[in-house]
Every structure is written in structure tokens, then in C-alpha cells.
Write a protein that binds this ligand. Sequence first.
Ligand SMILES: CC(C)(COP(=O)(O)OP(=O)(O)OC[C@H]1O[C@@H](n2cnc3c(N)ncnc32)[C@H](O)[C@@H]1OP(=O)(O)O)[C@@H](O)C(=O)NCCC(=O)NCCS
Length: 95
Amino acid sequence: MDTDEPEIGIGIIERYQDQGLGRILMQELISHARAAAKPSVRLTVFVENERGRHLYAKLGFTERGRREVVRSERFAGRRMVLIEMGLQLPKEAPP
Ligand SMILES: CC(C)(COP(=O)(O)OP(=O)(O)OC[C@H]1O[C@@H](n2cnc3c(N)ncnc32)[C@H](O)[C@@H]1OP(=O)(O)O)[C@@H](O)C(=O)NCCC(=O)NCCS
């Protein structure tokens, strides 16, 4: 959180996916960034990750760009497209 625009990322192990935990974790991270007065947050998501893309879009993230990356040997050096997304965090109105 020591940058103007923190990069956030989560991972849910398979058997707990699609039960709303990702949303809760993301909302926590966004609240944390907002409390730290960050103007925005960013993340990256692989184009194939339809669940993640759905979740991030629903939370208000918008696409900023795409780039091709070469995965490590663990992923057989596959070329994949990574989407860069951002979310603006407007300052909350004073009470
Ligand atoms: C992507 C990930 C973080 C999402 O977390 P999660 O706990 O599974 O997500 P949630 O249950 O909170 O929300 C999932 C949403 O996607 C929707 N969804 C599920 N499968 C989908 C699919 N194939 N296409 C589109 N939407 C889908 C669900 O309906 C839900 O949306 P809704 O609330 O509008 O109904 C998690 O699945 C994950 O870690 N995946 C594997 C690793 C990974 O991709 N990490 C992120 C790297 S960018």
C-alpha cells in the first residue's frame, strides 16, 4: 500500500471458488485502499479467467489495456493475454 495505486490480487483454492469469497476478499482490499486514501487500485487478470473478469467488472473495474505474456516453464511457456484493469476510488464525502 506504499504506492499511489496499489495492485491487488487474490486467489481462492478450487473447492471454495464460486461461493462469494472472492467478492468479500476484494471488497476488503478495496476498503483498505480507500481507508488509506488511495485514489485508485489496479489488477491484472488472464483473458481466459471469465469468473475473475465477471467479478472484477461487477465491482466496477474497467479495462485499461491488454498485453501478451509468456508464462513460466511450469505453464509450458504458454503465451497468454493479460488484461490490465483499474478502479477509481472517489473520496468519501465528509460526514
Ligand atoms: C477468480 C477468483 C478470485 C474469484 O473468486 P470466487 O470466490 O470464485 O468468486 P465469487 O464467488 O465471489 O464470484 C464469482 C462470480 O463469477 C460468476 N461466475 C462464475 N463462473 C463464471 C464464468 N465461467 N463466467 C462468468 N462468470 C462466472 C459467479 O456467478 C459470480 O458472479 P455473481 O456474484 O454475479 O453471481 C477465484 O475463482 C480464483 O481464485 N480463481 C483461480 C485463480 C485465479 O484466477 N486468480 C486470480 C488471478 S487474476
